[in-house]
Design a binder for this molecule. Sequence first.
Ligand code: ADP
Length: 167
Amino acid sequence: MAAEGVPRVAVCPGSYDPVTNGHIDIITRAANIFDKVVVGVANKPVRKEKTLFTGEERREFIKEATTGLENVEVEVFSSLLVEFARDQGASAIVKGLRAISDFEYEFEMNQLNKKLAPDLESVYIIASPNYSFLSSTGVKEMATFGGDVSDLVPGPVSEALSGRLER
Ligand code: ADP
C-alpha cells in the first residue's frame, strides 16, 4: 500500500508516432485512476526503425491533446523504461491492450520488467471497442494514400500527417 499522502504516479510509455485517439483514451482512463500520469515518449524504441515525427514533435502532439487533463505530464525518454519510471517516482506502468498480438508482446515485457524492477507493477487497460483496431502504423498508412484520418487522431496530428505524408 502507498504511504499516506504520497501521490500514486503511473507512466504510460509508447512510441506515439503519432499519438492516436486510442492512446488518448488510455491516458485519460489512467488519469482517472492515478494521482499523476507521466506519458513517456520513447525516443529510441527497440522495436522500430526511424520514426516519422521527432521525439519533441510527438511530445507536443500529446501535450496539446491532453491540456484538459491537469494530472498528465509528457516527457521524452531514451533510457530503460524501468529507470524512467523510477525517475518519475512511479509505482505503475500503464499500457493499453488491443488484441492477442499486443498480449504476447506485453506478456514478455512484463516478465522482463518485473525482473528488473520487482516493485513496479504493470497495469493493462483494455482498448475501447471504438479504438481496438487503431494503430499509429495503420493511421500513417491511411494518410500516405490520402485517407481521412481526422476521426482517428487529434486535429493537429491529422494536419501534420497530411502535410508530411500525402502523395
Ligand atoms: P509501442 O512502442 O508499444 O508500439 P505505441 O506508441 O504503439 O507503443 O503504443 C503505446 C501504448 O498504447 C501501448 O501500450 C499500446 O498497446 C497502446 N495502444 C496503442 N494503440 C492503442 C489503441 N488504439 N487502444 C488502446 N491502446 C493502444
